[in-house]
Ligand binder design. Structure first.
Ligand code: ZN
Length: 97
């Protein structure tokens, strides 16, 4: 079953990263949503704090998703070129890179 949920604070982010399952999608009002590995170094506490806490998620937000397929369907997310999440269970053509 496809699942996605918004990450509303740093505590939730920490728990998800400890669990080490799924992926993180970062949305932004000015560009494509991007999917990252849940423990990728490109997900930075400072960036999370700015977007979620300081800007109150008005210009984008962080979501946990169970799979790359969910990220593509729900967010039209593209893969991060830095952490390169695997293409598990979906056709590579799903993504425009
Ligand atoms: Zn990344």
């Amino acid at each position: 079953m496809a699942a996605a949920k918004e990450i509303r604070n740093f505590d939730e982010l920490s728990k998800l990263r400890l669990a080490d399952e799924g992926y993180i999608v970062i949305t932004d009002t000015t560009r494509h949503a991007i999917i990252h590995k849940v423990n990728a170094k490109c997900i930075k506490a400072d960036s999370f704090n700015l977007k979620v806490t300081i800007n109150g998620r008005r210009q984008g937000s962080y979501f946990w998703v169970d799979s790359i397929g969910t990220a593509a369907r729900e967010f039209g997310a593209i893969r991060c070129k830095v952490c390169k999440p695997e293409l598990n269970l979906v056709q590579p053509s799903t993504f425009d890179t």
